[in-house]
Design a protein. Sequence first.
Length: 382
Amino acid sequence: MKTIATIKSGGTASWAIRLVTAAVVVYLMFWIPTSASNGMIDSCITALTLMAAAMSLNLLLGYTGLISIGHSAFFGIGAYTTGILVSRYGWSPFQTLAVAFVIAFVVGALVSLPALRIKGVYLALVTLALGLVFPQLVKAQKLEWLTGGARGLDKTGFRFTKDNPTYEIFGWNPWGSLRGENVKPFHYWIAMIIVIGVYLVCRGVVKSRAGRSMIAIRDNETAAAVMGVNLAITKALVFGLSAALCALPGSLSAIRTGNVTPDSTNITVQGAITFLIVMVVGGAGSLWGPIIGAGLFVFITELTGDWSDPDQIPGIIRPLFSWSNTPPGSGIFAILLIVLMFVAPFGIVGMWRRLVARFVTVTPRPAGTGTIESVVSAPAEA
């Protein structure tokens, strides 16, 4: 099939598309905390939390091929690190982010040790055991003095000063405040900064020499070892970095809610499965896949939140969902996952790329137009 347009990579049209996309993203980024309702801001924070967690998992599973069903434990490490340091020792929540990052990195690197000898379903079982053990560990009676036991921790929110400071730009305040009714925009910006940071780290790693080593391990571990890739070090670093990045949205959840409990959804195995589904639906092995998947997941669950009442379900699909007494959002997303595995195994991003390729041809830069360094550092995945 002949395409209807041709775009040169790095040309005027290519840069125009990038600039327009960036302008739309920046506009929405500032419109949400300043003009959207509190409910929408809450939904966006939830989506941003899932984005960061799914991107960290994507670095491990999508690019390195190492299966993990226990990333909820790393999420919990971030949440409990922030909760303990703030509520027990009076730390600033900002300071706890670095500590959570380091602790989760060390734990993730230790968990990577079984990955040196086992893989596939056996590695999945090891990480699943980690996800199952963590909530029980923080409930242990001997650790109740530190973790709060089954009750969890509270008072983990921001308390910098006795007043309620804001940060204005010529009288305009898109940031919210540290406390009070306008605190949601402040939490939104913390979430946005974490997502941008996680994205930049993932992008930097994927498009580096280490990223090519990760992809080589995913595609053929034996061939990667023959080509000189140090399997042990690469797996340990990727596992540790993935765990550390997942701890950041965990800390965000503690800051946002002001409490941490071992029964929180994202700290249990259900949270780890949610991260996995979000990543796969969006597109594993793609930088934008977890972002799109998380946004779609929150949109569907919010849209169907009132569907436990049959009268709230649109008439044409009411017979399909009126039998359930709970909102069917998660079930709908699971069905979407099954369908995508048949029609689009590379997720929504992969399906979009194939669709665009039918109408638009992107030609690479002519050979010899780049420097040797740019050729050597060319990304393995666009």
